[in-house]
Design a protein around this ligand. Structure first.
Ligand code: BTN
Length: 270
């Protein structure tokens, strides 16, 4: 039974053959923190999906906080990279899991709302009409044998919440699927559409299928824009030329083409 427009139908999620276990909490500080605790256990049914209707200390990249109002999806998925399907995911692929999740979310949102203009903002944001609809945070718990290696993927998606309730800075940069379309969405369907595409795309990543980088390149909404990034101690400015097959952001600078594997965007031309 729906408690509010955000609540997922747990029975439907638990029937999914893609998931080993589904946990739901009315409120948690952070689904990723909880997922990291569980990921440290030797025995765990994976993939494990953790959902919370409310987070009191949701985390974003670095020191950022994640705001979400009632109606938003806040979830973490714990996966065992050796057991994501017939082909295991080698460690060299792990840094591209967030992009893979972002591509999958774009595909899922386009499936449920074909009218939206959905794209990626490297490295971990999903945009609708240039505004942030979702953020992704992948964390790798430290190796602790005999505990199997696991990845924790956290994702916040503005589905049926309204950014009208958000602090002003988030309001101007963010968007919710419901606000963008004036419709209410079946949050469970959004999760299931995302999961099926995510596990399929992870298999693509595992076999270096060239279609996956083609997808993130065509979804990259920074392409062609003048951008500036803080990459460690360096400020890098230039024109974005997309995202390459290794997941690096391509920036054409005055001194040549740079491939950036990390960094924070500090300016994007409109
Ligand atoms: C970002 O935009 O910087 C990433 C945001 C990730 C937010 C999600 S919400 C569910 C999960 N739990 C958290 O504390 N963070 C992630």
């Amino acid at each position: 039974m729906k408690r509010n427009p955000s609540a997922c139908d747990l029975d439907r999620l638990r029937r999914s053959p893609l998931l080993g276990r589904v946990d739901w909490h009315p409120t948690l500080p952070s689904t990723n923190d909880f997922a990291l605790e569980l990921a440290a256990r030797e025995t765990l049914e994976t993939p494990l999906l953790i959902l919370a209707d409310e987070q009191t200390a949701g985390r974003g990249r670095g020191v950022n906080r994640w705001w979400s109002g009632p109606g938003a999806l806040t979830l973490s998925l714990v996966i065992d990279p050796l057991c994501i399907g017939p082909i295991p995911l080698r460690t060299e692929h792990w840094p591209r899991v967030a992009l893979c999740a972002g591509v999958s979310l774009c595909e899922a949102l386009i499936e449920v709302a074909p009218q939206v203009d959905c794209g990626l903002k490297w490295p971990n944001d999903v945009l609708i009409s240039g505004r942030k609809v979702a953020g992704i945070l992948v964390e790798v718990p430290p190796a602790a044998p005999p505990v199997p290696r696991r990845l924790v993927l956290g994702m916040g998606v503005n589905v049926n919440n309204s950014l009208a309730d958000a602090p002003p800075d988030i309001q101007s940069a963010g968007i919710a699927l419901g606000d963008a379309t004036d419709l209410e969405f079946d949050a469970t369907r959004v999760v299931l559409e995302w999961l099926s595409r995510f596990f399929r795309n992870l298999q693509g990543l595992a076999i270096d299928d060239p279609n996956l980088p083609r997808s993130w390149q065509s979804l990259c909404r920074l392409s062609g824009k003048a951008i500036e990034l803080q990459a460690g101690e360096r400020r890098v400015g230039g024109h974005c030329r997309g995202i390459d097959a290794d997941g690096a952001l391509l920036v054409e600078t005055a001194s040549g083409l740079e491939r950036l594997f990390g960094g924070t965007l500090v300016r994007v031309s409109t």
